[in-house]
Design a protein around this ligand. Structure first.
Ligand code: HEC
Length: 262
């Protein structure tokens, strides 16, 4: 082994050691992680509703960046399941020699704990479920708090630390890495490069996280929509030439958009 290789190996061991150490420290501070905590949402407690109170804020302030397949850190915020899945350091588009397993939300894994197997880290607290730790142990909360503590500078041209290019390097710090990330990039709180949430928006998200990020699920579809679904499903399952051609055509275009038929 040449010196360069040995140095690289030592550096890798050191980094692995540091992460293991800080994980130990987190276990002592917040209790051990339970990766199945968000496999199913807590039922809504009634006081704060995800759909009524939280989702509109995420839709107004976050999904413009956190909705696409290649969202930063693969963090999707358009559905509760995306929040429960968390973030990944793995980039969706990059030059690579081998193929990468796809990570489509609702498709390639179902539960948060299954996403952990595919390299996703929690942004909700998975440690002791107290109100306090539900905040301190949540990367999502920490990233909002970072912006609260270091608001967007009031200048005409933003400092260079904000890189908005599509292929910007990304850090996606896990909980154990968050303190050093915050020290290095104090201005990188969320929403990235934009003004922070208002006091009342922060308050709603804080109370929702403190309660354990409950979600009552989606309301049942209206009967009219259920009828449409049944009709289309029957059509897609038919085997006339017309039905097969239409099914094929729609299937091949689904990657482009959601199709809407009145
Ligand atoms: C202008 C685009 C943009 C907006 C708007 C935005 N983000 Fe982000 N978000 C980013 C970028 C870029 C990163 C990756 C930062 C890095 O390098 O770690 C990120 C990362 C994250 C992560 C993952 C952090 C990690 O450690 O893995 C979370 C959670 C997050 N954002 C939450 C939010 C929330 C909540 C909002 C809305 C209040 C929001 N973001 C709005 C661009 C944005």
């Amino acid at each position: 082994m040449n010196t360069q290789r040995i140095a690289a190996l030592l550096a890798a061991l050191l980094v692995a050691g540091c992460t293991a150490l800080s994980r130990d420290a987190l276990d002592r501070q917040f209790g051990a992680a339970d990766p199945t905590r968000h496999d199913a949402p807590l039922a809504s407690t009634g006081e704060i509703s995800y759909r009524r109170d939280v989702q509109p804020i995420l839709e107004r302030r976050c999904v413009l960046c956190h909705a696409c397949y290649d969202a930063p850190c693969q963090q999707k915020l358009g559905a509760w399941e995306g929040i429960a899945r968390g973030s990944s350091k793995q980039r969706v588009y990059e030059t690579r020699l081998g193929e990468a397993p796809p990570t489509r939300l609702f498709e390639d894994a179902r539960k948060a704990s299954e996403w952990r197997q595919l390299g996703f880290s929690p942004v909700l607290n998975e440690r002791q479920p107290t109100a306090e730790i539900n905040l301190a142990g949540s990367v999502l909360y920490r990233s909002l708090q970072l912006k609260e503590r270091h608001p967007l500078p009031q200048v005409t041209i933003l400092p260079e630390t904000f890189d908005f290019s599509l292929d910007r390097a990304q850090r996606c710090p896990q909980l154990a890495e968050f303190d050093s990330f915050a020290r290095e990039h104090p201005l990188w709180g969320m929403p990235f490069g934009l003004p922070g949430l208002s006091g009342s928006e922060m308050d709603l998200i804080r109370r929702w996280l403190e309660a354990g990020a409950p979600f009552a699920g989606l309301p049942p579809l209206p009967a009219k929509v259920e009828r449409h679904l049944a009709e289309w499903e029957a059509f897609f399952n038919g085997d006339s030439a017309k039905q097969r051609l239409v099914s094929r055509y729609l299937y091949e275009h689904l990657f482009l958009a959601h199709l809407y038929f009145d």
